[in-house]
Design a protein around this ligand. Structure first.
Ligand code: UD1
Ligand code: CA
Length: 434
């Protein structure tokens, strides 16, 4: 199929009331991106005429989606007067004769899974799957191998409710079929909505042939509730992790690992169980140990964790980060920070060792300040580095020091300690052991 021959319409104007959320359904995230993002990305592989129908929370939907895509058309549904999936199709002007209609709440569709809709000149192709529990879906009524109509769950009678063949919500129409039948849709049904699905019985009455296409649930299931959202997340995660394992990343207990679709790996990487890696992150030739969280950062030739938190805009190179270390908006090159530290708004250079419990005090309650640490600096355990601060190369900061100067020059020892006092027999007196 030539990309130029197909128009795609994605319905994303509905309220999604079953989500029980103030956020528009299609903006709920799957693997770090709005549900709608995934279906648009797939659509772009096969079409250059993509229209999103919006209405509910229109401004938010347009704003969010425009962050990721240009060259997308938005059309507003008059959802007040013409609610429903049929109403959503009323202002559409497709560029091409073939029109693929997708529901915005189907984030798992892939271009391959759509190929069956594209390689035919049928006037109408509709998608069907068989579900053990068909509740909520439109039932497809088939007689003598021919599709007669689709009955929505809320309009179905007792016998129709038993039908397990359901409408998956993807259709290929010729634009002439849409032009003819969309204006004929009525809202005389349980939900007082204009159902796109009624186009099937209208076309059938005119003897237009309707081609049913059996599709699989893994790609075509819709998200109506937060339970569906969680189930689709599992499938999307499996796909993302399988992809990276095929690319050579080692994952231990991959079912416990969460990796967003924007994350990239390079070279030989290993990710242990319970890790969460999100946002615009690159992991290159590195080892991420158990239960670590990495957000929007670059980790190169380094090891992180277990139980470390690398927060946005951090860059680690040739660096060792141990347990209970939090790094935020910092660049660490050739550094060791093995235990229990907070390193924020900092820049730390080669050969520097950050002892257990070291804290960059980067915030005074109003503003944030930078800490710049040079090469081969030894920072003793439990030191507080009060920013703004520059520590030059070759400095030793003694354990327990609070560094209040703005600059520590090369070659020195910085130490701040209260004198140790020894009180004889205090213990025995205090606990009345004498
Ligand atoms: C729809 C189908 C149903 C099918 C199911 C598959 C209809 C009438 N029913 O039901 O047969 O089994 O999908 O997932 O089409 N939308 C609009 N404008 C609206 C209403 C909805 O754009 O006025 C959009 C929604 O944002 C959503 C999509 O259309 O992305 C489907 O709407 P939804 O309410 O989820 O339809 P279902 O009840 O699931
Ligand atoms: Ca749906």
């Amino acid at each position: 199929m030539n990309k130029k021959d197909l128009s795609i319409v994605i319905l994303a104007a509905g309220k999604g009331s079953r989500m029980k959320s103030n956020k528009a359904k299609v903006l709920h995230h799957i693997s770090g991106k709005p549900m709608l993002y995934h279906i648009i990305k797939t659509s772009q592989e096969i079409s250059n005429d993509i229209t999103i129908v919006v209405a509910h929370q229109k401004d938010e939907v347009i704003k969010e989606i425009s962050k990721f895509f240009t060259n997308i058309n938005f059309v507003t549904q008059d959802a007040q007067n013409f609610p429903g999936t049929g109403g959503a199709m009323m202002n559409i002007l497709p560029k091409y004769e073939s029109v693929l209609v997708l529901n915005g709440d189907m984030p798992l569709i892939s271009a391959d899974a759509l190929s069956g809709f594209l390689n035919s000149n049928a006037q109408i192709i509709m998608s069907i799957f068989e579900l053990g529990d068909p509740s909520g879906y439109g039932r497809v009524i088939i007689e003598n191998g021919e599709v007669l109509k689709i009955v929505e769950h809320k309009d179905a009678n007792k016998d129709e409710l038993k039908v397990k063949s359901v409408n998956a919500g993807v259709y290929a129409f010729s634009s002439s079929v849409l032009k003819k039948y969309i204006p004929l849709l009525k809202n005389d049904n349980a939900q007082k909505e204009y159902y796109l699905t009624d186009i099937i019985s209208l076309a059938k009455a005119d003897s237009i042939s309707i081609v049913p296409l059996l599709v699989d649930e893994e790609h075509f299931r819709g998200v109506n509730s937060k339970e569906d959202l969680a189930e689709c997340e599992v499938i999307m995660q499996e796909r993302i992790k399988s992809h990276w394992m095929r690319e050579g990343v080692i994952m231990q207990l991959p079912n416990t690992i969460y990796i967003e679709e924007s994350v990239k790996f390079e070279g030989e990487c290993k990710v242990e169980n319970n890790c969460r890696i999100t946002g615009d992150t690159l992991i290159s030739n590195s080892h991420i140990k158990s239960s670590s969280v990495i957000e929007d950062s670059r980790i190169i030739d380094s090891d992180v964790g277990p139980l470390a938190h690398i927060r946005p805009m951090s860059q680690l190179k040739d660096t060792h980060i141990g347990n209970f270390v939090e790094v935020k908006k910092s660049s660490l090159i050739g550094v060791k920070a093995g235990h229990l530290s907070y390193i924020g708004d900092a820049q730390v250079d080669e050969g520097t060792n950050i002892g257990a419990g070291v804290i960059t005090c980067n915030y005074d309650g109003v503003n944030k300040y930078k800490t710049i640490i040079g090469k081969n600096v030894f920072i003793g355990s439990d030191s507080q580095l009060i920013a703004p601060l520059v520590v030059e190369d070759d400095v030793m900061i003694a354990a327990g020091t609070t560094v209040t100067a703005a600059k520590i020059q090369s070659g020195v020892l910085a130490i701040s300690r209260t004198k140790l006092t020894i009180v004889k027999d205090f213990y025995y007196k205090f606990f009345r052991k004498v």
